[in-house]
Design a protein around this ligand. Structure first.
Ligand SMILES: NC(=O)c1ccc[n+]([C@@H]2O[C@H](COP(=O)([O-])OP(=O)(O)OC[C@H]3O[C@@H](n4cnc5c(N)ncnc54)[C@H](OP(=O)(O)O)[C@@H]3O)[C@@H](O)[C@H]2O)c1
Length: 256
């Protein structure tokens, strides 16, 4: 089916880490006219937009924990009526801490950015997608098990994983694919460390994760996992009861 509207990708959390890498990888791999780059740090988005050569980067400075931030993107879509070929719900945050030490607002914002924003943005933008469009939701290997000290974060990612599987099934008849990207710990601003391992956990290269994710999106896979460590974690999570997984995971000490 030929669509005569401009072909656009929307990437949230494009100011750093995976989001930035997704923009560069999509530019190489897909025939797009614009990539809408969404995050709060406008200067970083401008810098990325200037680096893109084959596709026009459009910075959108938006706080996804707010309704206004989400409306900025959907209002632009309503005005321009693009063909959204790709939506990457990637923005997210979390850190290791005892549940009782985290601020209420911190958890509330985390749920808004990690869960509410992908759901609402997908709902708002779905009408601009068509046959062959792709959605990728960045979950995490944290989605595979209950994680003490990463409790709320892991629960938000579990939501995203299940949301993605179910939505992918619903959208099959429209030929829109949904890929849940489940990275293990990787070297981005999220998990800033120069170490190659933290507590026996290998720290992965984010470039490889994103390259694999885009390959999997093009194959219209419902999940993208990079590396033997993350595949093993997933396999173990199928075998053990959640109570035991929580007990084992509770012994891992993450940097705080
Ligand atoms: N790195 C890892 O180890 C790892 C592993 C598994 C999954 N993940 C997931 O991967 C995704 C990307 O994280 P990353 O590792 O690339 O970390 P990152 O470099 O910290 O990137 C996070 C991105 O989210 C954006 N963001 C955060 N809060 C936002 C808000 N309120 N409104 C708009 N944008 C917001 C940030 O932009 P601004 O600050 O400019 O707003 C930034 O671009 C996240 O969903 C994370 O949970 C990371």
């Amino acid at each position: 089916m030929k669509i005569d509207r401009k072909r656009v990708a929307v990437i949230t959390g494009a100011s750093s880490g995976f989001g930035r890498l997704f923009a560069q990888e999509l530019e190489k791999n897909l025939d797009l006219e614009e990539i809408w780059l969404v995050a709060r740090r406008g200067a970083k988005l401008d810098e990325l937009a200037a680096k893109l050569e084959r596709v026009k980067g459009i910075p959108i400075e938006a706080d996804l924990s707010t309704k206004e931030g989400l409306d900025l993107i959907s209002d632009k879509a309503e005005k321009e009526n693009p063909f959204i070929k790709v939506l990457i719900n990637n923005a997210g945050f979390g850190r290791s801490e005892e549940f009782s030490e985290g601020e209420e607002k911190y958890y509330s914002d985390m749920i808004d950015v990690n869960v509410k924003a992908p759901v609402i943005l997908t709902r708002k933008l779905l009408k601009y997608m068509a046959e062959s469009s792709m959605i990728a939701n960045v979950a995490s290997s944290a989605a595979f098990a209950p994680l003490p000290y990463f409790n709320v974060y892991a629960a938000t990612k579990c939501f995203i994983l299940n949301f993605s599987y179910a939505l992918g099934e619903e959208l099959k008849e429209r030929d829109i694919s949904v890929t849940a990207v489940c990275p293990g710990p990787a070297q981005t601003e999220f998990f800033e460390t120069r170490e190659k391992k933290v507590n026996h956990l290998k720290i992965e290269d984010p470039v490889k994760i994103v390259e694999k994710a885009v390959r999997d999106m093009k194959k219209r896979k419902n999940i993208s996992i990079y590396g033997s460590q993350t595949n093993l974690l997933r396999f173990v999570s199928f075998l053990l009861p959640k109570s035991l997984l929580a007990k084992i995971a509770g012994k891992i000490k993450y940097p705080r």
